[in-house]
Design a protein around this ligand. Sequence first.
Ligand SMILES: C[S@@+](CC[C@H](N)C(=O)[O-])C[C@H]1O[C@@H](n2cnc3c(N)ncnc32)[C@H](O)[C@@H]1O
Length: 225
Amino acid sequence: MSAAAEKEHTISIKPHEAEVLKNLVQKYNVNNALEVGLAYGASAMTMLGANSQLTLTSCDPFQQADYQNSGLDKIAGAGFQSRHTHIKELSDRALPKLLVEGKTYDLVFIDGDHKFSGAFVDFHFAAQMIENNGIVVFHDMWMRALILIRSYINNNRPDLIEIPLNCANMCAFQRIGQDKRDGMVFNEFFTRKGYIKYHINRMAWERKTVFGKTVFKIKMILKRR
Ligand SMILES: C[S@@+](CC[C@H](N)C(=O)[O-])C[C@H]1O[C@@H](n2cnc3c(N)ncnc32)[C@H](O)[C@@H]1O
C-alpha cells in the first residue's frame, strides 16, 4: 500500500463502519444530516449513497489544504453535489451559526476534532440541533476523549438514549425528549474503560516508537484479512 493510500485507509471510516452508518440512515429515515470532518469523503459518500433524498451539510476547514479536495471531488464524481453543502470552517464556529439559523438534523455524525474539548463542543451544539428521534453518531470510540464523552452522555443526558450498534468504534444516541436538566445537575462520568487500550492504540497511530510501529503493522495485517 502506498503512503497516500495508507493515510486514506487510516483516516477514513472502515467498510464495516460505513455499513453501520448506512443502516442507521436507512433505519431512522435520515433525510437531513450534518457531518463534522469530511476528509476523504468516506462517511459523506456513505450517507449520501444510503438515501437518494438525503441532503448533507459537512464542515471541515482543512479539505483543500490537507485532502486536496478529495472528499468534494468524490461527492461531485458520484453526482451528489446538488444534495451536499460544504462549510469551510472550524466546527466550533460553524455549528453555533447553524443553530442560530434554526437548522435541525435527523443525524449528526461527529468525526472532526478528536480532542475532548472539540468533540464535546461538537456534541453540545449537535444535541441542540437534533430532531426528536434524531441521532448523534460518534466515531473513534477507542479514543479516551470519546469514551469519556459517551460516559458523560449516558450519565447526564436522560433526553438521549444510546442505541446499540454492531460496531465497537462507533456509538449513537437518539433524542427521546427535551433537555430538562436544572442548573446544578452533574453526575460523575469518569471511567477507566479503555485507558490502556487507548494508549497502545495511540502509540500505533503515532508510529514514533518501535512498539508503536510494530502494533501498527500487526493491526494493518489483521485488518487486511
Ligand atoms: C478522521 S477525519 C474524518 C473522516 C471522515 N469522517 C471519513 O470517515 O470519511 C477528521 C476530519 O476532521 C477535520 N477536522 C479536524 N478538526 C476540525 C474542526 N475543528 N472542525 C471541523 N473539522 C475538523 C479534519 O480536517 C479531518 O478531515
